[in-house]
Design a binder for this molecule. Structure first.
Ligand SMILES: *Cc1c(COP(=O)(O)O)cnc(C)c1O
Length: 424
């Protein structure tokens, strides 16, 4: 595989113009869009306009005149197009962690009413920690147990004591992609509900919540949706459940008539009841710019086309690792089958992976390092996110070359790349 071949692939790439939507630092290859998406060109001007015009001039009137009240629904409807939800089924609110609390509470309330003998929440040990922490407190509050299984094993734990399966569709460490439709069907056949975390799926892989008959879903605004640091998150509930229960964070924006100011809470019909307090308007405006960068792919084939490019980029990276790094103790830790992988590739390195990543960052290739849980024998991982909106094949080539140079030269052993405070 030659660099010139990658340049030719880029010249032929119908999605290449989408990169123009972003402000990317020169001389940098950004492979961390799975953690914090890049800055869209439109964001600064939009936030500036919201600040100076809508807030500065419009003041309180802007809740109506600038559409602020409606923004959580409007941006929610845009995200809905990316995840197989219908208009009016998804809203933007709060953070992923808080939305998880709401939907898991609602799922447990349904389970308690219809199947009180089911006392177990099943999740995966390697799920993202905040999901497990939130589930731990909810299990304690409801007098239930949280049981953790190894990755990919949840469907095997579906016995008649399970109330809810709480799963992240794409694992943040390995990038392993789960079959939402198949697992949801297995859960339903076993009498359990599903809560899906789409933090590494929305904007990264095609998702079809309604086709999968999923029950509840949440997701993140600042990863593949490019909403900016701390962007608000989203929440979706299947139409068959949405009016069955009230979520516990009964704030006034989720009230049926917020501006009637009655002392008693009445949940709004539909997904609006999952709103809580006043939305973080500036962040929400920035999120809309980010979501629009993904929707800009719709005329070019949408999520399916983005997925094809994402797979091509990650396959290219794996091929380069296998061809060029065979002399080094590097292995691909993500599923080798692209259909079982999200939009990232994780590598293990038998050595100081932290230092290797620091050396890459010093040379302008930004990925990240995630330490493994040593007590379970989990490997440390070098993570590389491949965001098809703004990455080129040549970036993948150059990133692999940089990794090769760092390993060939042994520069990563240099003291400046060592973890501060590490005991060696
Ligand atoms: C990134 C991520 C989150 C983030 O939650 P916050 O509330 O935004 O901090 C949650 N769950 C998963 C699976 C994630 O990958």
């Amino acid at each position: 595989m030659q660099r010139s071949h990658c340049l030719a692939l880029d010249a032929d790439d119908p999605l290449a113009p989408l990169r123009e939507q972003f402000t990317l630092p020169a001389d940098m290859i950004y492979l961390d869009g799975n953690s914090l998406g890049a800055l869209p060109r439109s964001t600064a001007a939009r936030v500036q306009a919201v600040v100076t015009e809508e807030w500065g001039q419009g003041l309180i009137r802007s809740w109506n005149t600038a559409g602020w009240m409606d923004l959580p629904r409007r941006v929610g409807n845009k995200i809905a197009r990316l995840v197989g939800a219908a208009p009016g089924e998804l809203v933007v609110a709060d953070s992923t962690s808080i939305n998880l609390y709401k939907v898991l509470s609602a799922a447990l309330a349904i389970a308690r009413e219809h199947a009180p003998q089911r006392r177990v929440i099943v999740s995966e040990r390697e799920n993202f920690p905040t999901d497990l922490y939130m589930a731990q407190s909810l299990a304690a509050q409801h007098g239930m147990q949280l049981e953790l299984v190894e990755q990919g094993q949840a469907a095997n734990r579906l016995r008649d004591d399970v109330a809810v399966l709480l799963l992240t569709q794409v694992n943040y460490r390995s990038g392993a992609l789960q079959d939402m439709a198949a697992i949801t069907a297995a859960a339903h056949a076993a009498g359990a509900l599903t809560v899906w975390d789409l933090a590494h799926s929305a904007g990264a892989v095609p998702v079809d919540l309604n086709a999968a008959h999923a029950d509840f879903a949440i997701g993140c605004g600042y990863k593949y949706l490019n909403g900016g640091p701390g962007a608000p998150a989203f929440v979706w509930v299947h139409a068959r459940h949405v009016n069955r229960v009230q979520q516990p964070l009964s704030g006034w924006h989720g009230h049926a008539a917020p501006f009637v100011f009655t002392p008693d809470y009445q949940p709004a019909p539909g997904i609006a009841r999952y709103l809580c307090g006043t939305p973080t308007l500036l962040s929400l405006a920035a999120l809309e710019c980010g979501v629009d960068t993904v929707l800009a792919a719709e005329p070019l084939g949408g999520m399916q086309a983005l997925r094809r490019k994402s797979v091509a980029l990650s396959e290219l990276f794996i091929r380069l690792v296998q061809e060029q790094l065979s002399a080094h103790p590097v292995t691909v830790a993500s599923p080798r089958d692209a259909s079982q992988r999200g939009s990232q590739v994780s590598l293990t390195f038998d050595g100081d992976g932290y230092a290797v990543m620091q050396a890459m960052i010093a040379r302008g290739v930004i990925g990240d390092f995630r330490a493994g849980d040593q007590t379970h024998g989990d490997a440390d991982l070098l993570r590389f996110g491949f965001t098809p909106l703004y990455l080129r094949h040549v970036d993948v080539f150059d990133a692999a070359q940089t990794l090769r140079n760092i390993l060939d030269s042994g520069i990563w052993r240099d003291a400046r790349f060592a973890r501060k405070g590490a005991v060696t």
